[in-house]
Design a protein around this ligand. Structure first.
Ligand SMILES: Nc1ncnc2c1ncn2[C@@H]1O[C@H](COP(=O)(O)OP(=O)(O)OP(=O)(O)O)[C@@H](O)[C@H]1O
Length: 690
């Protein structure tokens, strides 16, 4: 196909054989105007339909049912509807279906409402962070992120309004999914009438079922549903997806992805292309290569769209819009498009084999976001974005040998590679006191838990008995952000700078506000200099935001200043949401009118644990963290790169050849003891200062 593909290796790895249960059915287009009878027919052609009776029988008779079925077989869109049709949403009860990602929640909710012929937000609705499209009186099927369901437990610990909770894409093992699974198991003991459905295309069904096996622990086994989980395997898939592997390892996956898109466009029949890369930077680089004016890469007829979580909603929605006539859509995405999504026109998938993943080391207390190889389960999910409404092709930018012999079957659960501060505060807010003894689907390391407790104690969020403090602990738990950011917002109230700190919190919630284009680093650096503040990146963000507002939120202004217009729009959206939450918590909205000392003190109140000091006599900008003496450097993207103030605080770490601090501000060390006297003793800072 292109120089990356070995002719003859067009083995359809994902299907059994030509006759292997391949079903053909025509697509239900969103704008098709098909009648309800036609929709019914389409639903009946999905592989899961043959299992409708078995699914309903198992849910009726087992507290937990684990359902495994190929991507596109109909689990997400159909099972909630079957449950509703069978009466599980009668008497004011609701059916919940969780997804790890916001985008998936929105898109499946809108699909299901369309299939049911109802208005989204009425019988079928969804809730994601900061957005609730449901109606408490009429919504019967509710799609939501697993994080949102966890938050609902704060008001309703037994989730009493739900009769069935379907945890979809459970193979992802995100932090929130695992906390949710642990808590649902607890709830089941108190609510025998609650039913759980755990579903995925690639889950280890047996181990999930054994986690939920409560049968030996209960006396009243004869009463109610069986406590032994049922496992159901849905056979059959939608359409054939042929898989192609790279002939040789690929040295530069962005270039390889671009070249594969070019080849598909030149040689393959119509159909949109979905490309998986790792993050915004990769995506922007690929888009630039695909649209730059050279004969090799510029392809007329391509309609290229980015897709990543930091993109404003309206721009994300473009990927679902019909492809313009005579064009081929190319969606270049992070793994937010990996699960549950059906992008109707997509026929070709290009998988780079990597994603950005968190890795936390409790010894150094450093969490990195690193580009790491994906698992086979992820690769299958990515391939599964093709073949949903017609046959498709998946191009893997790695060799078949690598896939078969080196790629791990499943990724490491996020619980075992994350900083657990957010997780612990959520459990505390739900009254789970014995965190170390909690029944986890995969236990986190005790060191990581202890580190998290230490940090929360120092933030003043938990007390000597490890209980949430009042009001600070409860307020921090209430803000749906990382506890360190939430604490920074709370502290801004004391320092009279909540407006500025809320802007900073909004900027820190997205990947980057800068528009970086390969080959124009110099121009970007120059643009940054126009806003650079001697105090560091956070204050620089305030300057950029001010410029953006003063320009009348102009895209032209952004373009001239190498600022990402989409990102700035998103910042304004998040800002408004955070202001509303702050008001609810009684935080006075106030500007410090340029008092950057106040702003930095508020940041220190949240991020004191990330303090570092420049090593004495360091000529190359070597810093050490105060807590664990880890060697770190200021990232070249920071305005403090080469400025090297003596004391700094960072927001996050990225690892490449070294550990780099991203988003850095300079501080006065006395603020550390002021903000966290338990964490830093004067002595410790003094000895470090020498
Ligand atoms: N928005 C949509 N437009 C057109 N067809 C759709 C849409 N959403 C779903 N479908 C059809 O319904 C099928 C089943 O989708 P569904 O999301 O329920 O499958 P799934 O088994 O949950 O897949 P996955 O494991 O990938 O999430 C798709 O393969 C597709 O044919």
């Amino acid at each position: 196909m292109s120089r990356f593909w070995k002719p003859g290796t067009e083995k359809p790895v994902l299907v059994d054989d030509e006759e292997g249960g391949v079903l053909f059915y025509s697509s239900l287009s969103s704008s098709s105007g098909y009648g309800h009878a036609s929709i019914e027919k389409q639903r009946q052609r999905l592989p899961v339909y043959k299992y409708r009776t078995s699914i309903l029988y198992l849910v009726e008779n087992h507290a937990t049912t684990v359902i495994v079925g190929e991507t596109g077989s109909g689990k997400t869109t159909q099972i909630p509807q079957y449950l509703k049709e069978a009466g599980w949403a009668e008497g004011g009860r609701m059916i919940a279906c969780t997804q790890p990602r916001r985008l998936a929640v929105q898109s499946v909710a809108s699909r299901v409402s369309e299939e049911m012929g109802v208005k989204l937000g009425e019988e079928v609705g969804y809730t994601i962070r900061f957005e609730d499209i449901t109606n408490a009186d009429v919504t019967r099927i509710k799609f939501l992120t697993d994080g949102v369901l966890l938050r609902e437990m704060m008001d309703d610990p037994l989730l009493s309004k739900y009769s069935v909770i379907m945890v979809d894409e459970a193979h992802e093992r995100s932090l929130s999914t695992d906390i949710l699974l642990g808590l649902l198991k607890k709830i089941q003991r108190r609510r025998p009438e609650l039913r759980l459905v755990i579903s995925s295309a690639t889950i280890e069904a047996k181990s999930m079922a054994s986690f939920f096996n409560n049968s030996r622990k209960r006396q009243e086994e004869e009463l109610g549903p069986s406590k032994e989980p049922a496992i159901l395997s849905v056979e059959g898939r939608g359409f054939n997806v042929q898989t192609f592997y790279a002939e040789e390892p690929v040295p530069d996956y962005i270039r390889a992805a671009v070249s594969t898109v070019s080849s598909i466009h030149d040689e393959e029949p119509v159909g949109d292309i979905l490309v998986f890369l790792t993050g915004q930077d990769d995506i922007e680089a690929a888009i630039q290569m695909l649209t730059e004016d050279t004969e090799v890469t510029r392809k007329p007829g391509l309609f290229v769209l980015p897709l990543y979580s930091g993109l404003p909603r309206a721009d994300q929605d473009l990927v679902f819009s019909p492809t313009p006539r005579g064009k081929r859509k190319v969606i270049i995405s992070t793994n937010i498009a990996e699960t549950s999504l059906t992008l109707e026109g997509v026929v070709y998938v290009v998988d780079c084999g990597f994603s950005k993943q968190r890795f936390y080391n409790p010894m150094t207390d450093i969490e990195n976001l690193v580009v790491a190889p994906i698992s086979k389960a992820s690769a299958r999910q990515r391939a599964g974005r093709a073949g949903r409404v017609r046959p498709g092709k998946c191009y893997r930018l790695y060799t078949e040998e690598y896939f078969l012999n080196e790629m791990s079957a499943h990724g490491i659960p996020e619980m075992q590679r994350s900083n657990l501060v957010s997780c612990v505060i959520q459990l505390k807010a739900l009254g789970i006191d014995n965190i170390l003894g909690f029944d986890w689907p995969a236990s986190p390391s005790p060191e990581a838990l202890i580190r998290a407790l230490e940090v929360l104690y120092s933030l003043g969020v938990i007390d000597d008995d490890a209980k949430l403090t009042s009001p600070a602990g409860f307020q921090v738990a209430e803000i749906p952000l990382d506890p360190m950011i939430s604490k920074m917002i709370l502290a801004s109230s004391d320092y009279g700078c909540s407006e500025e700190v809320i802007t900073i919190a909004a900027v820190l919630s997205i990947q980057s506000i800068w528009f970086s284009v390969r080959g124009s680093q110099k121009e970007l650096d120059e643009a940054k200099l126009r806003f650079a503040a001697a105090e560091g990146d956070h204050v620089t963000f305030l300057n950029v935001n001010k410029g953006f507002i003063e320009s009348g939120k102009s895209s032209n202004w952004c373009h001239k200043n190498h600022v990402n217009y989409q990102a700035m729009k998103k910042v304004q959206e998040i800002r408004q949401q955070l202001r509303r939450i702050a008001q609810r918590l009684g935080i006075a909205l106030k500007s410090c009118e340029g008092d950057t000392r106040a702003v930095r003190k508020a940041i220190t109140a949240g991020f004191f644990a990330n303090a570092c000091r420049l090593e004495a006599f360091s000529h190359n900008g070597l810093y050490k963290t105060i807590r664990s003496s880890q060697e770190v450097y200021i990232h070249p993207s920071s305005v403090l790169f080469r400025v090297n103030p003596k004391w700094v605080i960072f927001h996050s770490i990225v690892s490449t050849d070294r550990q780099y601090m991203r988003n850095v501000i300079s501080i006065d060390p006395s603020w550390l003891t002021e903000a966290a006297p338990h964490f830093y003793q004067h002595q410790q800072l003094k000895s470090r200062a020498q």
